[in-house]
Design a protein around this ligand. Structure first.
Ligand code: GCU
Length: 617
């Protein structure tokens, strides 16, 4: 059942179905290295601001002369019938190289939020008997309507999670015509909501493939080290032979073979004692093992790190030892003056290297939505702990069942895609969401979903802080009912930027101690790279940002239960709400580095703090 259908079903239900009944499209894990072919490359595109390709001008069905997704050769048709009227021709429309947000291939579309059509043609080897074919998109922002050879093959809503649409009965060997209607219009009941603080990069922003599988294939294979010292495997098969199938999960380097037979639903849960020689994954030693999963004729490989993460009182324990998270927040936006939210491996490596090698960090908050799998796999390889989140951000329509179903689907898709990534230690369910009863029950459901899907990681949320004055002094705290359900209490705090506090007063601000680990998920100040103002120390100067960091870190040092931080933010990023003509020009300037990677003075303040922390280990 596609997400759209499932969301429709959800709206019909008054009681939310348990999570496993919400499985939308197949997870199709490791789609990146399965049989099939890459569909990235040259596509034709046609902008459609009035959605002419979906509805006629009287809002009825679109006519033949407007249906961009029809499997036709418009030029040939009009030569055969000169009186035929077509007001589009995808085969002769301008071309773009995908994946990338459309801002990347047409700068005039900077703030365009609407419908865009993309089409390409491709040949593919004929399917062998029993094989299945899927169209796999790693991300399309925000909704996608997918047509193959003129037929609708599915839809998806959500700009940051993968989806796979089965096309076994539609794909043909030659001249397949694939058309995608991408609509980036923010939805009042969508996730994220219409107003955020980042550029809404519309488009097919991540790779897409045609994936070919056996009739019954390994849809998911979650392998992890449990707290009681076992290697556990949860393997889910998809297909007619999924039930009662023998499965092997092998780690040759460990001489391990976790095996068993799937149940009636095609799921295997099995475990074996972790071998003595197991090298645990950590930022200092990011050891990854080759895991091979075999089930019938399907074979899947993955690179997996084995570690444990838990809390004990106010400590975060990685492999049983207390750790301080030396982090920074990162948006998914590549270095450069004109990013298009197209993350390549090189682009992701550049960002993460600035965290690990530049800042001496061991942690990265991938804000505010699921980042590319390329990035989370690199974090595994490079040794960075990761905070992963879905865009339940600011004013979400918390009372709307459709919105909750969307958020639950995104959360499940994110966890199912990435729960083999040792680097990910926390799933975050929200960012700065105002406290109401509807918001609380919405987020309680999401926390329960995380617990049901992944008992091996921590749950958190970036919370708004509470400020009181006690004996004339500022006392900060987290007064949020959600805190009781979280493992890690994360605070976004901006004293000295979004307040009139004098910078010299910041280190005098006290924080209520917490009995759980606390993390500063955000603090930050804007600075335009190169703007120096040592006398006046105006906001947006590098001098102000540097002193802000010095004084905020002095405050942080005094908080006994603070176990980490991910200041806002590594790099300046595109933000339409930020339009100061001198300092911002459509960029949020809280980056410690400029869009082209120039390090600001505050970068070295944080680097110095992390070097101290590193030496304390
Ligand atoms: C908020 C929010 C960020 C935003 C930042 C800012 O806390 O979480 O998305 O960019 O603060 O105001 O710069």
């Amino acid at each position: 059942m596609g997400l759209k259908a499932f969301v429709g079903a959800m709206c019909a239900l008054t009681v939310l179905a348990p999570l496993d009944a919400q499985a939308s499209s197949p997870t199709l894990t490791r789609a990146d290295n399965r049989d099939g072919q890459d569909l990235s490359g040259t596509w034709h595109y046609s902008v459609d601001p009035y959605r002419d390709g979906l509805a006629g001008f009287h809002r009825g069905a679109p006519g033949a002369g407007h249906r961009r997704y029809d499997d036709v050769d418009v030029d040939a048709l009009t030569r055969a019938k000169p009186t035929a009227l077509y007001e589009y021709d995808m085969d002769r429309a301008p071309t773009a190289t995908l994946p990338q947000g459309w801002i990347g291939h047409d700068p005039t579309l900077r703030y365009y939020q609407g419908l865009m059509w993309y089409t390409r043609r491709f040949d593919t080897p004929a399917l062998k008997p029993g094989q299945r074919a899927f169209l796999r998109f790693e991300a399309v922002n925000y909704t996608a309507k997918v047509f193959l050879n003129g037929k609708s093959v599915g839809e998806h809503e959500g700009g940051f999670t993968p989806f796979s649409l089965e096309v076994t009965d539609v794909v043909r060997a030659s001249n397949n015509q694939l058309t995608v209607g991408v609509d980036s219009t923010p939805q009042a009941d969508g996730v994220p909501p219409p107003v955020t603080d980042w550029e809404n990069y519309g488009g097919i922003t991540r790779p897409m493939r045609l994936v070919i599988t056996p009739g019954t294939f390994i849809d998911e294979a979650w392998v992890r080290l449990t707290k009681d010292g076992k290697i556990a495997a949860t393997v889910t098969l998809d297909g007619a032979q999924a039930a009662n199938q023998e499965v092997h999960v092998r780690v040759a380097e460990l001489g391990l073979d976790v095996t068993g037979r799937t149940d009636a639903k095609g799921v295997l849960n099995a475990s074996a004692a972790a071998p003595k020689g197991l090298a645990r994954w950590s930022p200092d030693r990011p050891k990854l093992y080759d895991v091979v999963v075999q089930a019938g004729e399907d074979r899947l490989t993955d690179r997996v790190g084995f570690r444990t993460i838990e809390t004990k009182g106010s400590e975060i324990l990685l492999n049983g030892k207390p750790i301080f998270l030396r982090g920074i927040s990162v948006h998914e936006e590549e270095f450069g003056e004109n990013p298009a939210r197209t993350i390549t491996e090189a682009g992701a490596r550049a960002l993460l290297a600035e965290v690990k090698d530049g800042l001496h960090g061991n942690f990265v908050r991938l804000a505010h939505y699921p980042h590319s799998e390329v990035t989370t796999r690199l974090a595994d390889e490079m040794g960075l702990l990761v905070w992963s989140e879905i865009p339940v951000y600011w004013l979400v329509d918390f009372g709307n069942p459709r919105t909750l179903a969307l958020a639950r689907g995104m959360l499940a898709d994110n966890i199912r895609r990435d729960r083999n990534r040792a680097s990910i230690i926390m799933w975050s369910v929200a960012n700065e969401t105002p406290i109401t009863d509807a918001r609380n029950s919405f987020l309680y459901q999401l926390v329960d979903d995380v617990r049901a899907l992944d008992d091996s990681r921590l749950v958190t949320a970036a919370l708004l802080t509470d400020r009181k004055t006690v004996d004339g002094k500022a006392l900060m705290g987290l007064n949020d009912p959600l805190a009781d359900k979280l493992d890690v209490l994360s605070a976004n705090t901006y004293n000295g930027w979004y307040s009139d506090d004098a910078l010299d007063a910041l280190s005098g601000i006290a924080w209520k101690a917490t009995d759980k680990p606390m993390v500063f998920s955000e603090f930050g100040a804007d600075a335009l790279a190169g703007f120096s103002d040592p006398q006046l120390m105006r906001k947006f100067s590098e001098d102000y940002q540097r002193k802000y960091y010095e004084k905020t870190l002095a405050m942080a040092r005094q908080i006994s239960s603070l176990r980490g931080m991910s200041p806002w933010i590594l790099k300046d990023f595109r933000a339409p709400r930020r339009q100061h003509p001198v300092y911002q020009q459509g960029w949020n300037r809280k980056g410690l580095v400029s869009p082209t990677g120039r390090r600001k003075p505050a970068f070295f303040v944080l680097q110095g703090f992390y070097k101290e922390k590193e030496a304390e280990k």
